[in-house]
Design a protein around this ligand. Structure first.
Ligand code: ATP
Length: 576
């Protein structure tokens, strides 16, 4: 099924491998004349739902970022997949995928390296390329980031971002200013991310240059609550970890409201975005019988996530991850706060000022200066930090602090240590982040797979993409019955008018009308307009619907409004 779709995608311009004249490179794809529009429509629909409807704002950050960003984010250390190389043909394989594909084991990604090596040996797995046994071959971590040099010469090391999210986190100090320092607020970004996948496969399902649509919703975990009532009745199919671990684990079909009440989804925020995502995937035409949310197993979660649910779509009998909806806690902002010189906190105002005890130091500089010279300033800072963290350190006769990697011992009476009562109006907190991270390429692929249909029309098998009208790359095909007696001119005028009103229109006058309908069915065009002799007389056209193949006659003057309503779903074709 996917093979037929990939063939159609190439033939009709949805997507195809890039740089084919030079042999192509795996993992890089071009979206063609149909695919680029479909992708843009999916992105626009995502923007409508996850950004505009939620009141969030979008940014557009660079795709290359300097090394310290990824030291802080943890990607340099931990953004790895498991690699095993064939000793005979040298082909690289993802070790966990080899296991998942050839044994009944799921989520081998969550196992440690040595266990994965053992499983390869125990199941006597062979190289899929040349059939050489892989038992005993080392299984290693392979970092997926593409490295580059910024600037000439040795330059400054940089990396292509492996997720759009970091471009948002790094700019948090500025973004919080635009949000007037108040939580919650959300920032979105749609853009390219790069992952040097060990073995790209399944066409655009696993690519090395991908498009992500991510929302980072910054919240105060103690004060902010999601508007769960907006999605509480949304029905979802959940596959929580206990069910995955049980021998005969099953899906739970429930509503978001119940999932929260029964604690199936622990975080209200994650549940909220599971509901939003469910609505959105349904809206873009994913088959809800081939869709579920699966909770990550503990070992599978990313280094930053405290809970994560993946949206998964079924393709050729396999479940494919389409999105991750995670609670990233304060991990990212804390890390950037720690590694950079900026402030990644926001000020949480108390309802009423509080009287609190505060420990401070006021060291005797006439002692610290002569005794420790240039280190005196750093020692003062270290003493203050220690006083805030651990007052009991000042209980004895002297106190020891670390500054610039050296230890200094200071008599207590020279530290000026004291505990005083002060009034505080609030405190600095590091926001938590809730993140729905959607893969646009996989959404597009699944939409195509789930809308691919074949049926018999007029004793002929036709292939049809039952795309949602809102998403279809072409909304309407306009044809003259024949390009003669004025029908061609009228059809071209209608096409020009519709284009001027914002519709994506294809004009076609070649071949018989049945063949022209088939061509549009195959690229998912939901409506076709035909100008015939009768129409020339009374200013009407026939309007045909792709899925039912029904036709109605409508006035040319009504065409705009009717098509706009049909595209938005405000009117059903059967009601015309
Ligand atoms: P996988 O386990 O399939 O490698 P992931 O868990 O690493 O994916 P995330 O880091 O959660 O993926 O990225 C969020 C989304 O980005 C995924 O749900 C997926 O839709 C998309 N994505 C990730 N990697 C790729 C890729 N190589 N090609 C296409 N889409 C991808």
């Amino acid at each position: 099924m996917s093979d037929e779709l990939v063939e159609l995608a190439k033939r009709r311009g949805f997507f195809f491998q890039a740089a084919e004249p030079y042999g192509g490179v795996s993992g890089f794809y071009v979206y063609g004349p149909q695919g680029a529009t479909l992708k843009r429509n999916i992105e626009d629909s995502w923007r409508d739902r996850f950004q505009v409807e939620e009141g969030h704002r979008e940014i557009d950050a660079p795709t290359i970022m300097p090394e310290p960003v990824f030291e802080a984010s943890g990607h340099l250390d931990t953004f790895d997949d498991m690699l095993v190389e064939c000793p005979e043909c040298g082909e690289s394989h993802r070790a966990d995928h080899l296991i998942e594909d050839n044994t009944g084991i799921e989520d081998a990604e969550s196992f440690p390296l040595d266990e994965v090596g053992d499983l390869i040996a125990d199941h006597d797995l062979h190289c899929p390329n040349c059939d050489t046994p892989l038992a005993g071959e080392p299984v290693e971590d392979f970092n997926l980031m593409f490295e580059t040099d910024i600037g000439p010469g040795s330059g400054q090391p940089g990396y292509l971002r492996p997720e759009t999210a970091q471009g948002i986190f790094v700019e948090f100090p500025r973004l919080k200013e635009y949000a007037r320092n108040s939580l919650p607020f959300g920032t979105t970004q749609i853009g390219k991310a790069y992952r040097n996948e060990i073995s790209p496969r399944k066409s655009i399902v696993r690519v090395r240059e991908l498009t992500q649509a991510e929302l980072e919703h910054f919240i105060d975990p103690e004060e902010d609550e999601p508007p769960i009532e907006r999605v509480e009745d949304v029905e979802v199919r959940l596959y929580p970890t206990p069910e995955q671990n049980a021998d005969e684990g099953e899906y739970i079909v429930t509503t978001i409201g119940e999932a929260v009440e029964e604690g199936i989804i622990a975080s209200d925020w994650v549940a909220y975005y599971v509901g939003v995502a469910q609505e959105w995937y349904e809206r873009i035409g994913i088959d809800m019988n081939r869709f579920r949310f699966r909770q990550h197993l503990a070992g599978e979660r990313s280094h930053y996530a405290s809970d994560c649910w993946d949206a998964e779509g079924e393709i050729d009998g396999d479940w494919v991850e389409l999105a991750g909806i995670s609670d990233r806690s304060d991990y990212d902002l804390s890390k950037h706060g720690e590694y950079s010189d900026d402030d990644f906190t926001v000020f949480r105002q108390y309802d009423e000022p509080k009287v609190v005890e505060r420990a401070t130091v006021e060291p005797d500089m006439s002692y610290l200066g002569p005794e420790f010279g240039g280190a005196a300033g750093d020692i003062t800072d270290a003493l203050q930090t220690l006083a805030e963290r651990d007052r009991s350190a000042f209980d004895g006769d002297e106190v020891t602090v670390e500054a610039d990697g050296e230890s200094y011992t200071i008599p207590i009476e020279k530290t000026g240590f004291s505990v005083d009562e002060v009034k505080e109006s609030g405190e600095h907190i590091t926001p938590h982040v809730i993140e729905p991270s959607i893969g646009v390429d996989r959404a597009l692929y699944t939409v195509l797979v789930h809308s691919y249909e074949q049926d018999d029309v007029e004793d002929e098998t036709r292939t049809r993409l039952a795309l949602e009208p809102e998403l279809a790359p072409t909304t309407v095909g306009v044809f003259p019955l024949m390009d003669k007696d004025g029908m061609g001119e009228t059809a071209r005028d209608i096409a020009a008018d519709l284009r001027a009103n914002g519709f994506d229109v294809t004009y076609d006058d070649s071949g018989n009308i049945g063949r022209r309908y088939r061509r549009q069915d195959e690229v998912g065009t939901p409506f076709c307009v035909t100008v015939d002799y009768e129409g020339l007389e009374d200013d009407t056209v026939t309007l045909r619907e792709r899925d039912s193949t029904e036709q109605v006659r409508v006035a040319v003057s009504d065409l705009d409004d009717i098509l706009a309503d049909l595209r938005s779903g405000d009117r059903a074709f059967s009601n015309l």
